[in-house]
Ligand binder design. Sequence first.
Ligand code: CA
Length: 229
Amino acid sequence: MDKILVVEDEYAIRELIALNLTRAGYDVFRAPTAERALEIYEESPTDFQLALLDIMLPNMDGISLCKRLRSSNQNIGIILLTAKVQESDKIEGLSSGADDYMTKPFSINELLARVEAVLRRVRPSVGSEAVIHQGRFTLDNKARRVLKNNDTLDLTQVEYQIMEFFFKNPGTALNRETILNAVWGENYYGDVKIVDVNIRRLRMKVEDDPSKPTYIQTVWGYGYRWSAE
Ligand code: CA
C-alpha cells in the first residue's frame, strides 16, 4: 500500500484530503506542521512514496520542507498545495524539488488524479533493464539513473523520466505537449509551463554551462531537442 504524508495546518482541509486518500486505498499519515512531518518521515524515510505539502505552514513552510525531503530522498513524489496563484510561487516550488503543485481550492477528483499520476512516475518501471549509451551520457533504466562521464547525476524521478524520453528520441525536436504527455500523462491537469521549469532545473544538472545549453537544446517556438553528441 502506498504511504502518503499529508502536511496541512488547516484541520478541515487536512481531514478532507486524508479521508479521501484513505478511501481511495492509500495509507495516510497526517501532520499539522513541517516539524511534525519530519518526525513522522524520519521514522521510516524509505517507506513514503508521496508527500502532499501545504506551502503556508506555521514556523517551517512547505517550500523549506520540500527542500529537506528532496535533499534526502530523490525518489519520493512531492506535490505542493498552494493558496497562492502567482507564477513565481509555482516556479519557486518546482525549483525546490517538487514534482507538481495544486492551487487551492481543488476538487477531490483532481487531487486523486494528480496523486495517481505522480505515484505512477515514482514507481520503478518493471521489465526494462536497458542501458543506453549516448555520447558522454549513459541511461541505466534498471537503476533509474543517468550518468555523465561516468558520474551519476542527482535527478528526481520526474527529471529522470524526461531524460528517459530524450534518450528514446535523440536528435528529435519534441514539442512541450509531447513531453508533457509522455512524462506527466495525458490527463495532467496543470500547465505546459511545468515542462519549461523542469527543463531549466535539468539543465543545471546536465549541461556543462547551463546558460549555454548544448545537450538540451531549445527549439524556438516549439520545444526541445536532446543531442548527446
Ligand atoms: Ca496553510
